[in-house]
Design a protein around this ligand. Structure first.
Ligand SMILES: CCC(=O)SCCNC(=O)CCNC(=O)[C@H](O)C(C)(C)COP(=O)(O)OP(=O)(O)OC[C@H]1O[C@@H](n2cnc3c(N)ncnc32)[C@H](O)[C@@H]1OP(=O)(O)O
Length: 636
């Protein structure tokens, strides 16, 4: 029996014992009463009774055990030309000092702190300092606009916001403070203040009374020899809230607990990624996404690795060899990125000429997640690097892999297009819409039998009801992933798409429902539909159809431009809505349901059969003709 089958079998035979054993890799202040209590929380809670601190496990214990001089963070920023190595000891000093700064401003255990930050070391310092106090951080991706930030402020009700004067995109400087200030203006909840990391590329004007300079606060705390120790909290207490797109414009606040999260991430570093403490691990993502939380910050540090914080892009900073330069220069052992990044590199450097310029002999494996890894991209990478290219599947909700090829346990044969097999902790089933299991190879709803393993969300922030209705109600006894797929006869998983209206644009999970709410707010729009269409670079792109109000006099071209600007202004550049089409009417069923799925198929050039309940099939021809003439899509 292989190591994977033996390990998965061991978990199946004794799930609680399995995770209790894994938990011995974490340092606990007080041990748990029982590793899992099925009667706590919505579906049970991991490690109740235990007390611990994530920052302690990520920093203090490593310094105590002699890792103080090891580099914790390599900050590599091609957009500013800065490279910096920060040791575990230096990071601990910064974090303990900033924790004191936060505590001085009233942040205590359980309080929320929102971070709206670019990819700078201070962002990690702020995350870890918040965790040190037993407070709860909520990082908001910098590509979101003020309105999105405002909705998160109202839900999380933070005591403070930490931001920077600017983020740096290759084509422009993004001033963050005005966005944070606008968000506070829009929000009902008013945080006590904003701490601002000033960057020389754009120095922000600070508003007295509201804004505080990060460097000045740190210097004052240092001068007063002010540092804060770790505050032990319950393993079941929240470490962070991370908002993710739901089916409406109101994002879902995914809660991450403290103890189970550490256990799962630590297990994954050894068994999924096969990296050892002291090695360099690089997740080329953003701290605003769950990949950034789990694999830029917490997992590598808890495991005693060196993590790379890269402030740049796969192409254009300066070229498509940027990733390989970082791998060589910093001795990266394992790289984790999104398929869209590889597609961008492949587009610029299809023959891999730039790859030849670098010594990548230290790189053992390339991990892909964030969207489906298309077999063509996987094949290209395998060919160019000659190392395992490992697709793995997980979600913001789970925080770590549901399905993977566990490189640390055993490298299973790769089937391109499959993220391989279920990880211990996940009993994955494929069910039809009525909840019945389907045969191997047959497409269905991917669900996970409850309870979820350590690390997965216990609930949504202050919203058990929405957690139930979003994930647990449709298939009783199971967590509904809202992904569709199948398991083949060898037990390999295949993830084929979403079952809801979430689309995946460049590895960013976006709600078409949320975009429709913004489009519909335009005064000239009578109704609208936003769909995802296939894109060879970004995976999917949003496309909006709109019907103008009767008598609307404005020029349709002008309205299309206004809608693009409105979505960018309300949701942010990350929404990437670039195509808006005014149509005379939308195709619907007789009961009035807009046929978004059918429109997506037309736009993607896929064959389709109009539903029997369609009200007027001629509208599909109109849509097809508009798509053909405006974006070149041709239905089959
Ligand atoms: C497994 C669990 C998960 O799925 S967690 C999610 C995993 N996903 C990822 O890690 C994301 C992977 N994608 C990426 O890293 C980027 O899309 C890559 C591939 C690097 C391309 O970046 P880029 O060229 O900026 O394109 P994009 O589509 O991401 O950006 C669209 C517009 O948004 C902007 N943007 C992006 N980031 C920021 C930011 N931090 N602050 C401000 N603006 C940002 C971009 O500049 C771009 O704007 P524009 O439309 O070109 O003007």
């Amino acid at each position: 029996m292989g190591k994977y089958a033996e390990t998965y079998g061991r978990w199946r035979d004794d799930p609680i014992g399995f995770w209790a054993e894994a938990a011995s890799a974490i340092e606990w202040e007080t041990p748990w009463r029982t590793a899992f209590n099925p009667d706590m929380g919505v579906y049970g809670r991991w490690f109740p009774g235990a007390r611990c601190n994530t920052c302690f496990n990520a920093l203090d214990r490593h310094v105590a055990e002699g890792r103080g001089d090891q580099t914790a963070i390599i900050y590599d920023s091609p957009v500013t030309g800065v490279k910096r190595r920060i040791s575990y000891l230096e990071l601990l000093d910064d974090v303990a000092t900033f924790a004191a700064v936060l505590a001085d401003r009233g942040v205590e255990k359980g309080d929320r702190v929102i971070l709206y930050m670019p990819m700078v070391p201070e962002a990690l310092v702020a995350m870890l300092a918040t965790a040190r106090l037993g407070a709860v951080h909520s990082v908001v991706f910098g590509g979101f606009a003020a309105h999105e930030l405002a909705s998160r402020i109202d839900d999380a009700e933070p005591k403070l916001i930490v931001t920077a004067s600017c983020g740096i995109e290759p084509s422009r400087i993004v001033a963050y403070l005005p966005l944070a200030a606008a968000a506070i203006d829009q929000a009902r909840h008013k945080p006590d203040g904003i701490i601002v990391v000033q960057r020389e590329q754009h120095v922000a004007d600070l508003k007295p009374g509201r804004d505080h300079d990060y460097a000045a606060l740190m210097a004052a705390a240092r001068k007063a020899d002010h540092a804060h120790e770790c505050v032990p909290i319950d393993a079941t207490d929240p470490l962070y809230i991370l908002y993710t797109s739901g089916t409406t414009g109101q994002p879902k606040g995914i809660v991450r607990d403290t103890g189970g999260h550490m256990v799962a991430l630590e297990w994954s570093m050894t068994n999924v990624y096969g990296v050892a403490p002291g090695e360099v691990f690089w997740a080329a993502s953003d701290i605003g996404w769950v990949v950034g939380h789990s694999y830029i910050v917490y997992a590598p540090l808890i495991h005693g690795c060196t993590t790379v914080l890269y402030e740049g892009k796969p192409v254009g900073t300066p070229d498509a060899g940027a990733f390989w330069r970082v791998v060589e220069e910093h001795g990266v052992s394992a790289l984790f990125t999104a398929p869209t990044a590889l597609r961008a590199i492949k587009k610029e450097d299809p023959d891999g000429a730039l790859i030849e310029n670098y010594d990548l002999s230290g790189l053992r494996a390339l991990f892909l997640a964030g969207e489906r890894a298309d077999p063509e991209t996987v094949r290209w990478a395998e060919d160019k690097f000659g190392i395992p290219v490992i697709d793995h599947w997980w979600q913001t909700e789970t925080g770590w892999s549901i399905g993977a090829n566990p490189m640390g346990l055993e490298a299973l044969p790769v089937k391109r297009g499959s993220p391989t097999v279920a990880m211990p902790g996940y009993d994955i089933r494929i069910l039809d819409d009525a909840g019945h299991p389907v045969a191997p190879g047959k497409l269905g709803n991917i669900v996970i039998k409850l309870p979820l393993p350590p690390g997965c969300l216990p609930t949504l922030w202050r919203n058990d009801d929405r957690f139930q209705t979003s994930y647990l109600v449709e298939f009783p006894g199971y967590y509904q992933t809202s992904d569709a797929g199948y398991i083949d006869a060898d037990g390999y998983l295949f993830i084929m798409g979403r079952t809801d209206d979430i689309i995946n644009v460049a590895g960013h999970r976006l709600s078409t429902g949320g975009m429709e709410e913004v489009v519909a707010s335009h005064p000239q729009v009578a109704e609208c539909a936003v769909i995802g269409v296939a894109d060879s670079l970004k995976g999917q792109l949003p496309l909006a159809f709109l019907v103008l109000k009767a008598g609307a006099e404005a020029d349709p071209d002008a309205i299309e431009g206004e809608i693009i600007a409105l979505v960018r202004d309300q949701i942010g550049p990350v929404a990437a809505l670039k195509t808006v089409l005014v149509v005379p009417r939308l195709p619907k069923t007789r009961s009035g349901k807009i046929l978004r799925g059918t429109m997506s198929k037309i736009a993607d050039g896929e064959s389709f059969r109009p539903p029997a309940t369609i009200d007027d099939p001629a509208i599909l021809d109109e849509i097809a003709e508009i798509l053909r003439s405006r974006v070149g899509a041709s239905p089959r």
